[in-house]
Write a protein that binds this ligand. Structure first.
Ligand SMILES: *Cc1c(COP(=O)(O)O)cnc(C)c1O
Length: 433
């Protein structure tokens, strides 16, 4: 039997003259590529909130590497630390061996992040991506409790490997697994039923009822703001009630702070305002400070139950990323000056978005802090807004199962002027779409 595979690359494009600047990507790179389809230019240089193409066009970047560039592109202090490190022939690859770079990172993370918040979590260094951190969290939760199930929430996004996909909502991404996604249960996220049922009505009922047929899970995994799934933000009281419910039933609470963490909502951790103490925390994206791959999984000490090498990986703890992460922690998190400035930018973005929404009947606000956006009644409008923004020199992406939310994610280091400029472009793009 011969399978017929039609390639979107070939249909209708055959008579188009290839653009030499992009031909190799379109011809040779897998069609799985996506962001470059919305922004089919070749980015060459970048600094702060700006990216410049190889033919010299400057874009204001309110995409921030999907959350990996909270301190902007090529921050001079962070980049300087990296250049110095490489210039001295310091160790680049070390698996989990001891290096001065790892010592400095663990010390900075302990002193700048954990101790001031009264946290005694152990720091596990899994593979370098967000999904590596999530897989680690799920695995240790199962090992610690002996229970196989994990509860996640509607519209959650936790990554693309099988364990993380099993706790991810998006049906297109789930189908991409091509295999059954096991041992996960989905519960309604905050306000999923528009307040029609009391919060946690279902979870509380089935966990308390030994006849419910629903096994008690190892853990609940949750994002405080759903970065990919549509920018819904959980209320602090919802997070507190979830945390209390987990404690009551001895279910572990995992906060996936891969996108909302590292200052995105103001505080270093997105759950700080809710005053909760998660058992396990996943961090990645902006942890390295300049887009190098690095992730950690933070574990309450009694959960650090691994045998040596029981969870492994070649790229655990990439030393250049330790160096940049340490520079970022020392530069931005030694006191609360940076956090206070970020909070001003958060307020500025919120009021700017509300002003755009005020002009129309068909739009509303989603998100929290500098992870916020606009949802439109017409599910197709957000994509059009992002395209209009790109034509005007602004990079913004969309979020949600139907890409129905315009997602505005400037670097935390964005200036007041840059943020105003971006909001002006966004307002024009919304009117034009
Ligand atoms: C991006 C993201 C992940 C996955 O991170 P990768 O580095 O892409 O594997 C997991 N959780 C959340 C909340 C994310 O935003």
């Amino acid at each position: 039997m011969t399978a017929t595979i039609t390639s979107p690359e070939k249909s209708g494009e055959s008579d188009k003259r290839a653009n030499p600047a992009t031909d190799i990507f379109e011809r040779r790179e897998s069609q799985v590529r996506s962001y470059c389809r919305s922004w089919p230019v070749v980015f060459d240089r970048a600094r702060g909130a700006e990216q410049v193409t190889e033919d010299g066009t400057t874009y204001l970047d309110f995409f921030s590497g999907a959350g990996a560039l909270n301190y902007g592109h090529n921050h001079p202090v962070i980049k300087g630390a990296l250049l110095d490190y490489l210039a001295e022939d310091n160790v680049v690859h070390a698996l989990d061996m001891y290096t001065p770079a790892k010592r400095a990172f663990l010390t900075a993370f302990e002193e700048k992040i954990l101790q001031p918040r009264g946290m005694d979590h152990k720091i596990q260094l899994p593979g370098p991506t967000g999904t590596n951190s999530v897989e680690t969290a799920l695995k240790i939760a199962r090992k610690a409790t002996g229970r196989p199930y994990i509860v996640s929430f509607t519209n959650a996004f936790h990554g693309m490997t099988l364990g993380s996909l099993a706790v991810t909502g998006n049906s297109m991404k789930r189908e991409g697994a091509g295999a059954p996604l096991y041992h996960s249960q989905t519960a309604p996220y905050d306000d999923y039923f528009d307040g029609a049922t009391p919060d946690f009505h279902w979870l509380e009922s089935v966990w308390a009822d030994s006849g419910s047929g629903v096994d008690l899970p190892a853990a609940v995994i949750v994002e405080t703001v759903q970065g990919e799934g549509g920018l819904r933000a959980a209320r602090n009281e919802w997070l507190r009630d979830l945390s209390a419910l987990c404690r009551r039933f001895e279910v572990l609470l995992i906060i996936d702070d891969v996108q909302a963490g590292c200052g995105r909502t103001g505080a270093f951790f997105s759950f700080e305002e809710a005053g909760i103490e998660p058992d396990i925390i996943c961090l990645s994206k902006s942890l390295s400070g300049m887009g190098l791959p690095l992730s950690v999984t933070l574990l309450r000490p009694e959960l650090d139950l691994w045998e040596p090498a029981e969870h492994n990986g070649t790229f655990r703890g990439f030393n250049p990323a330790f160096v940049t992460a340490t520079a970022a922690l020392n530069e931005f998190w030694a006191d609360d000056a940076f956090e206070n400035t970020v909070r001003e930018r958060c307020a500025q973005l919120t009021s700017g978005l509300l002003a755009i929404i005020d002009e129309r009947e068909d739009a509303s606000y989603r998100g929290r802090g500098l992870l916020a956006g606009i949802v439109f009644d017409d599910l197709e409008r957000a994509e059009k807004v992002a395209a209009e923004a790109f034509r005007r020199g602004l990079l913004i992406e969309t979020s949600g199962p139907s890409s129905e939310v315009v997602k505005v994610m400037p670097p935390l280091t964005v200036t007041e002027e840059e943020l105003n400029h971006g909001l002006t472009i966004l307002a024009e793009a919304v009117r034009a779409a």
